[in-house]
Design a protein around this ligand. Structure first.
Ligand code: HEC
Ligand code: HEC
Length: 278
């Protein structure tokens, strides 16, 4: 298998010259605000000592793009989201701004998502679409669409620097367990689970890329590769395709459960959204 062989070859190469696992710095300060890029791993991830932001694993050039909002290409989309925020749409003749004074009122919301409401696991994308449909009488946005990614980035930005702290017990527990199961299940022609790359091999090179822990504290994330904002489920889908598996659908119960589980693996890391990756 092509990727499999390259993976092994790359792993061997790293093993030969394993002086430094990480390319760049791990001290991230965005416009003077200090981010937590490493935190003690929670007790429910016994295979990790530390949880580490994906930013730490990027090259110095890519890292630099996140240090200053003027250099961060995501902010073009933040501007677009501000326009969407004020744009009237739907049968009620309202915009988000008609009812919400300032998007800053959602400070902290991103740190607790996904969360269970009335027995259902709710993501930020679910909330945005429910606002559009139920309060504006507007069409829902596509789950990984450009306006959705932009609005999710604008709302997440309000929590930047705050620690991820999703709830995983009580009514969230069954969703979390399901997400965990998916995370450790080998899939696809390459027969790899998320954990095989992002837990067993983070820090190592796979093709030209350095594997991170696959954290989602920086999402939505601007990728240099496709020059747009990418949502969490779009990234999950991409990783499943890379192992030649049939991906779950963005917005599916499976990906939402996986999102809760992956978010919980980043407990204590700062929300870094919108981040920059290659
Ligand atoms: C007709 C009025 C109305 C419109 C239009 C509206 N909202 Fe809301 N929204 C509310 C009310 C009322 C609540 C529930 C009370 C609250 O949490 O502020 C709410 C809740 C929310 C929440 C959840 C807050 C939380 O902590 O649980 C988010 C996020 C949100 N709205 C975003 C938006 C966005 C984005 C738009 C535009 C796409 C929008 N809203 C449009 C009235 C509105
Ligand atoms: C064959 C190895 C491989 C597997 C298996 C894999 N990924 Fe990835 N993943 C990558 C690579 C390579 C990247 C890009 C470099 C990086 O950030 O790790 C990536 C990136 C990511 C990112 C972006 C991290 C960031 O900081 O932006 C997330 C999130 C992610 N993966 C989640 C998953 C999940 C969830 C699964 C299981 C469904 C999975 N991956 C399976 C290789 C893999």
């Amino acid at each position: 298998m092509r990727i499999g062989n390259m993976f092994l070859a790359a792993t061997a190469a790293v093993a030969l010259s394993a002086t430094s696992l990480l390319a760049g710095s791990d001290r991230l300060s965005i416009d003077g605000q200090e981010m937590t890029t490493r935190a003690k791993a929670p007790d429910y991830t016994p295979n990790l000592d530390q949880v580490i932001s994906g930013w730490v694993f990027r090259s110095e050039e890519t890292q630099a793009l996140e240090l200053d909002d003027f250099d961060n290409p995501s902010f073009v989309f933040i501007d677009q989201a501000n326009d969407l925020w004020n744009k009237v749409d739907g049968s009620e003749g309202k915009s988000c701004a008609s009812c919400h004074d300032d998007v800053a009122e959602f400070k902290g919301l991103r740190t607790v998502l996904p969360r269970v409401v009335d027995g259902k696991l709710q993501t930020l994308e679910d909330i945005i679409n429910s606002e559009r449909v139920n309060r504006m009488g507007a069409e829902p946005w596509g789950y990984t669409s450009a306006p959705m990614a932009a609005m999710a980035a604008l709302i997440s930005l309000q929590s930047r620097g705050m620690p991820v702290q999703v709830k995983i017990d009580g009514d969230a527990a069954p969703f979390w367990e399901r997400g965990k199961e998916i995370y450790y299940t080998r899939v696809g022609q390459l027969d790899l689970a998320c954990a095989n790359c992002h837990e067993d091999n983070y820090g190592k090179m796979i093709r030209a890329d350095r594997l991170s822990q696959g954290q989602i504290n920086g999402f939505p994330t601007y990728r240099l590769k496709n020059a747009k904002l990418n949502t969490v489920h779009a990234r999950f889908k991409g990783c499943m395709k890379n192992v030649r598996a049939k991906p779950y659908k963005p917005g599916s119960d499976e990906f939402k459960a996986l999102e809760l589980y992956v978010a919980s693996r980043g407990a204590g890391l700062s929300v870094e959204s919108p981040s920059v990756r290659n």
